[in-house]
Design a binder for this molecule. Structure first.
Ligand SMILES: CC(C)(COP(=O)(O)OP(=O)(O)OC[C@H]1O[C@@H](n2cnc3c(N)ncnc32)[C@H](O)[C@@H]1OP(=O)(O)O)[C@@H](O)C(=O)NCCC(=O)NCCS
Length: 147
């Protein structure tokens, strides 16, 4: 498996996966293309050969950041791909002087919560009905990154 910075060539596969995973709240190809042109954002894609496995992205402003998306194709879960994507993101964040990284996750999303907690993210807040379709609370997580 390889993880590298996302480029325009990855966008159709990334948008297709996003549609599959997040239907109502998914990003369009246009959203991904726009993000790739935004210097405050960095995205990574995971591949096995030519097979697109998943992607992730964050936005950074000075030493603060937000994880925007993490997704692995359902056929390839529990093989360490989500972990590899998180490592790539956290390394890039730290290398750019990142100190505090935030994210929101559905309260019922046990696998994502376990992934984030494995990296030391801790819940710092709760946003009632933050998500729609279905309506659900969002948990706010934060990781303090030490240089
Ligand atoms: C969350 C997600 C990215 C994890 O990807 P993955 O490639 O399966 O993750 P990994 O194989 O690297 O597993 C990492 C850790 O996540 C946890 N985990 C993964 N799947 C799990 C499951 N089904 N149940 C509980 N914990 C799970 C474990 O702690 C695991 O660590 P371990 O293998 O050391 O025990 C994947 O399930 C996914 O794409 N979900 C749908 C999209 C999504 O919800 N994204 C997050 C939005 S906030």
């Amino acid at each position: 498996m390889t993880v590298s910075k996302m480029t325009a060539r990855d966008v159709p596969a990334a948008a297709a996966l996003d549609r599959m995973l997040f239907s109502a709240e998914c990003w369009s190809e246009e959203d991904f293309y726009t993000s790739l042109e935004d210097p405050s954002r960095i995205f990574f894609a995971a591949y096995e050969g030519e097979l697109f496995l998943g992607c992730c992205g964050l936005q950074q402003c000075f030493d603060q950041g937000d994880i925007l998306t993490v997704g692995v194709h359902p056929d390839h879960r529990c093989k360490g791909i989500g972990t590899a994507l998180m490592v790539a993101m956290l390394n890039a964040f730290a290398a750019q002087g990142g100190a505090a990284l935030f994210l929101e996750v559905r309260a019922s999303n046990a696998s994502a919560r376990a992934l984030y907690e494995k990296f030391g993210f801790r819940q710092i807040g709760l946003r009632r009905n933050y998500y729609q379709q279905p309506a659900e609370d969002g948990l706010v997580y934060c990781l303090e990154v030490h240089a």
